[in-house]
Design a protein around this ligand. Structure first.
Ligand SMILES: [Zn+2]
Length: 283
């Protein structure tokens, strides 16, 4: 789950669970908690949900006790609402029951975090306190983006994936964000022209907004169990190795970029002289 999925999920959760009291919470693997299961249940049960929001890949559920539940789905999760009296999904790892007999279950693909923090101590929550700016926030302007890139030396892909810079972009959306801007993922930041910075800035906003509009990724479920509308037809080169580039018809290639994989059009996203020129200047 990346930013678009979290934005949609938090909006839907807000409609359904705000104002309701938590009766019961079940956690199959307490390793995902930052306190003991007993402590967690004590902090959460009998509290009313005040609001739900998201930042980056995190969900924030504020309680009337001024404690906040923080959830991160790790590699992904199904967070699914259930109506009063309806059957629960067969497999789930976390269940929250609410006072109107509705609630939601969470089925985690790999690992997750479910933490509780006092609102006035959120600044001490290591995993969220240093999250960068939201790329869809009004304060994220082109000028701010240029300022953020100044004096940075690494490559553009690592910069955009770092949650300390921008919160919410992961390895799925980054592919087309870079393709639209005609940037090779390994392009070094000091080698970027002003026009290229502007292109990637616009691409970040357009790719994320388009996915939000379509309800997020097609292989992820929303709060009602429905899949999103952003899938193979929307991807331009992402996850399409061997397909022709939609611009120049060269063959889309999968390459290794550090610990992640990247899909690029080798014609539209060249590295060649950009990187070497930069190295030469620096040495
Ligand atoms: Zn191309």
């Amino acid at each position: 789950m990346e930013l678009p999925e979290l934005v949609n999920l938090s909006r839907q959760m807000k409609e359904k669970i705000v104002g309701k009291r938590i009766l019961e919470v079940e956690v199959a693997n307490p390793k995902c908690l930052n306190v003991s299961l007993m402590e967690f249940q004590k902090a959460v049960c009998d509290k009313t949900i005040k609001s739900v929001s998201s930042k980056g890949k995190w969900l924030f559920i504020m309680l009337d006790s001024d404690q906040t539940l923080l959830f991160n789905s790790g590699m992904g999760a199904d967070v699914i609402y259930f109506k009063p009296g309806s059957k629960l999904p067969e497999k789930y790892h976390i269940r929250l029951a609410l006072d109107d007999e509705s609630g939601f279950t969470i089925r985690v693909w790999w690992f997750c975090y479910l933490h509780i923090m006092a609102a006035n101590k959120l600044g001490e929550h290591k995993l969220t306190a240093k999250l960068g700016i939201s790329p869809l926030d009004k304060t994220f302007t082109l000028d701010i983006f240029k300022q953020m890139l100044r004096k940075k030396r690494g490559n553009i892909k690592n910069f955009l994936l770092s949650q300390h810079n921008l919160a919410g972009i992961g390895n799925v959306y980054i592919q087309d964000i870079l393709f639209n801007a005609k940037l090779h993922p390994k392009r070094l930041i000091p080698s970027l022209k002003a026009s290229e910075i502007e292109a990637v800035y616009k691409s970040i906003k357009s790719v994320l907004n388009e996915s939000i509009r379509l309800g997020g990724l097609a292989y992820e479920k929303d709060f009602y169990g429905n899949k999103g509308g952003y899938g193979k037809d929307q991807f331009r080169i992402a996850y399409k190795p061997g397909d022709p580039c939609p611009i120049c018809h060269s063959t889309v290639t999968k390459i290794k970029t550090g610990s992640t994989s990247s899909y690029i059009c080798p014609q539209c996203q060249t590295l060649n002289d950009h990187a070497s020129t930069h190295n030469h200047v620096k040495s």
